[in-house]
Design a protein around this ligand. Structure first.
Ligand SMILES: [Zn+2]
Length: 75
């Protein structure tokens, strides 16, 4: 059985207005960021759920890459 990872839903909670809504891992992988449906602020995805661990890893890797890029800029 193939697990359709991109269609996995999980809920996030806005750290600013505490509004809860569901997002798809597909959205994270493609856009790297999500925005609160209520106050439109940018939300950092922290998903402890096992089904989202791969998405989290990808986000962490992209953040690492960004950090490395920034480090190189300020060498
Ligand atoms: Zn919000």
């Amino acid at each position: 059985m193939e697990f359709n990872f991109s269609k996995t839903w999980f809920s996030v909670k806005c750290p600013k207005c505490f509004y809860s809504f569901d997002i798809q891992t597909f959205d994270i992988i493609n856009e790297s960021v999500v925005y609160c449906n209520n106050c439109k602020c940018q939300i950092e995805i922290i998903n402890e759920d096992a089904s989202g661990s791969r998405a989290k890893k990808q986000i962490e890797n992209s953040i690492k890459d960004l950090n490395n890029t920034l480090k190189n800029l300020f060498k």
